[in-house]
Ligand binder design. Structure first.
Ligand SMILES: [Zn+2]
Length: 306
């Protein structure tokens, strides 16, 4: 299917190029939460990644704060990971400049409701272009451009993860101090978005075949990470195995090692984002092995010391 056909697709379900992306996600929460203007770049990205690692998996594909989030996990290691990582970054960069509605060139815009989208001129009724000051920390940093301060190349999410990990916001260059307020606003938006993807224990129970009461008990004693949403616990999805059918081993040990003041959201962020301590991998990716689990626990203990 060519780009125009993908953008204008009005058939049942999804075209095969996009269905392949859904098939790589845990069936329980497989979704493709982006508009069709981005479908061609997603189809190309999946084809590229599949060539590097035919069995790569995806946790989530969605638009968040106007940018593309493509949560791909590969079993490639060492130098072989680099082209995989670069392909994802290049697609995210392309999405930053592609109208999510029609696929033509676009820029990041915001409407009166505070909703961000990358849009072309024709599709932008009700939206205005985001300027540096309105976006500040939340703006996805230019990913491929050289920078005087290497930290400026981090994405907004990575910056937040770094700040959660104890790095001062002022460390992110001249704008750091000025952007502290925008950062706070952004984190509250971000936490609402994140929590909406967390599952009630009842759903988790069906998924991993553990009684809901047992999950509740584990949550109560700190062996699972949950957050209270409207009075009932929601389960942080990073704790589930990639196959979506079991809870990762050692979660309780990881949680006990985390600094006391960390909320479930803080833990979620530090577990899921790329970390220099693990060669650019997310701590979550190491939990499958005993050795990896041990390293993550040691690292989590040190988080409280910075
Ligand atoms: Zn457009």
């Amino acid at each position: 299917m060519n780009d125009v056909e993908l953008i204008n697709w009005a058939g049942e379900g999804y075209p095969p190029e996009l269905q392949r992306i859904l098939d790589r996600q845990p069936p329980m929460w497989a979704a493709l939460a982006v508009r069709q203007g981005w479908w061609p770049l997603l189809a190309r990205l999946d084809a590229q990644l599949a060539e590097l690692d035919p069995n790569y998996t995806i946790s989530q594909v969605k638009q968040k704060l106007g940018g593309l989030h493509y949560g791909a996990t590969t079993s490639l290691t060492g130098d072989a990971r680099e082209p995989f990582r670069r392909a994802v970054l290049a697609a995210q960069e392309e999405a930053d400049n592609t109208c999510e509605r029609c696929g033509r060139p676009g820029v990041l815009r915001i409407n009166g409701g505070g909703y961000y989208l990358v849009l072309c001129d024709d599709d932008s009724a009700g939206f205005q272009i985001v300027t540096g000051d309105t976006w500040a920390v939340a703006q996805p940093a230019p990913r491929n451009k050289a920078s005087a301060n290497p930290r400026d190349e981090l994405t907004a999410a990575e910056k937040w993860a770094a700040i959660m990990g104890g790095v001062s916001a002022a460390a992110f260059g001249e704008g750091g101090r000025r952007s502290a307020e925008a950062h706070l606003e952004w984190t509250s938006r971000y936490s609402d978005g994140i929590l909406s993807t967390w599952l009630p224990l009842r759903d988790v129970s069906a998924l991993v075949r553990v009684d809901e009461a047992e999950l509740q008990r584990m949550s109560d004693v700190g062996e699972l990470s949950t957050a209270d949403v409207d009075g009932s616990p929601r389960f942080a999805p990073w704790q589930v195995n990639d196959d979506g059918r079991s809870i990762l081993p050692g979660i309780g040990d990881v949680l006990r090692a985390m600094p006391n003041e960390y909320t479930a959201l803080d833990v979620d962020v530090v577990m899921r984002f790329a970390n220099e301590a693990f060669g650019g991998r997310a701590p979550r990716e190491l939990l499958g092995t005993h050795e990896g689990l041990r390293k993550v626990i040691e690292w989590a203990r040190d988080l409280g010391l910075s």
